[in-house]
Write a protein that binds this ligand. Structure first.
Ligand code: NAP
Length: 248
C-alpha cells in the first residue's frame, strides 16, 4: 500500500496513454486517485491497475464533453472519495483534416473535448480547492499549440486555448494557494500516435534532436513534479516535454 498524503487527484482519460501514466505516478506519490474513462470497462480497468499498485482510489465513467456527465462525476466523488485537490485535465481527441475539408462537427468535437472540458472541470473543482486554500490544476496541452501543424487547426486552436486559459486562471486563483500549469507533450508513443504512417513518423523523428518518441512516463514525471512540494512556486507556465522538437 502507498503512503497516503490524504489528498485526492482526479485524472481525466486515465484508461490509457499519458493519463494512465499520470494517474499511476500521482498514486505512487501518495495521492488517492480518481481516474476516468469513457466506458464502464475502461473505468474497471483503471480500478484494477490502481489496486495492483496498492494505490487507493477508483475508476469512473466520464465524458468531459458533457456538462451532465461532469456534474454526475462530481456528485459521485462527493459521496465517496471527496473533493479533488489535484485536477489533471488530460482527456483529449484528434479529428485531423485540412481546413477546407474539415467538417463542422470535427471542429466542434475537438474544441469541446479538448478545451471546453477545461472550463467544465476546473470550475467544478475550484470551490473546494479555494476552501482548502490548496490546489493543483494541470492541463495537458500539446507542442502543436505553439508550433501549429497542418491538418490540425482544430486541435492546435484548442491547445493554444488551453495555454491561454492556464495563464488566466493562474492569475485568478494564485492568491488562494492554487497553481495552474500546462504540460505540452511533443510526439509521445500512445494510441493517439500509434497509427501514423511510417513515413510521417520518420520525417518527424528527423525534427526531434533526441531522435526518438517520448514515453508517457516522461510526461507523467513532469505532472508529478508540478503536483509535488518541489513545484509549488510554479504557476501559469507551460512546460514542454518534446525532446527538443520545438524550441520556442
Ligand atoms: P490516448 O492514448 O488516445 O487516450 C485518450 C484518453 O482520453 C483515453 O483515456 C480516453 O478514454 C480519454 N477520452 C477520450 N475522449 C474522451 C471524452 N470525451 N471524455 C473523457 N475522456 C475521453 O491519448 P494520449 O496520447 O494519452 O493523450 C492524452 C493527452 O495528451 C491529450 O490531451 C492529448 O491531446 C495530449 N497529447 C498527446 C500527445 C501524443 O503524442 N500522444 C502529444 C501531445 C499532446 P477511453 O479509453 O475511454 O477512450
Amino acid at each position: 500500500m502507498q503512503q497516503s498524503n490524504g489528498k485526492l487527484a482526479l485524472v481525466t482519460g486515465a484508461s490509457r496513454g499519458i493519463g494512465k501514466a499520470i494517474a499511476l505516478a500521482l498514486g505512487e506519490q501518495g495521492f488517492a486517485v480518481a481516474g476516468t474513462a469513457t466506458s464502464k470497462a475502461g473505468a474497471e480497468g483503471i480500478a484494477t491497475k490502481l489496486a495492483e499498485r496498492g494505490i487507493s482510489g477508483a475508476g469512473f465513467c466520464l465524458d468531459v464533453g458533457s456538462d451532465e456527465s461532469v456534474a454526475a462525476l462530481m456528485q459521485e466523488l462527493q459521496a465517496g472519495l471527496g473533493a479533488p485537490a489535484v485536477l489533471v485535465n488530460n482527456a483529449g481527441i484528434t479529428r485531423d483534416n485540412l481546413l477546407l475539408r474539415m467538417k463542422e462537427h470535427e471542429w466542434n468535437e475537438v474544441i469541446n473535448v479538448n478545451l471546453n472540458s477545461m472550463f467544465r472541470l476546473s470550475r467544478a473543482c475550484l470551490k473546494a480547492m479555494i476552501r482548502a486554500r490548496w490546489g493543483r490544476i494541470i492541463n495537458i496541452s500539446s507542442v502543436v499549440g505553439s508550433s501549429g501543424n497542418p491538418g490540425q487547426s482544430n486541435y492546435c486552436a484548442a491547445k493554444a486555448g488551453v495555454e491561454g486559459f492556464t495563464r488566466s486562471l493562474a492569475r485568478e486563483v494564485g492568491a488562494r494557494g492554487i497553481t495552474v500549469n500546462a504540460v505540452a507533450p511533443g510526439f509521445i508513443e500512445t494510441d493517439m500516435t500509434r497509427d501514423l504512417p511510417e513515413k510521417q513518423v520518420h520525417d518527424m523523428l528527423e525534427q526531434i534532436p533526441l531522435r526518438r518518441l517520448g514515453q508517457a512516463e516522461e510526461v507523467a514525471a513532469v505532472a508529478r513534479f508540478l503536483a509535488s512540494a518541489g513545484g509549488a512556486y510554479i504557476t501559469g507556465e507551460t512546460v514542454h516535454v518534446n525532446g527538443g522538437m520545438y524550441l520556442g
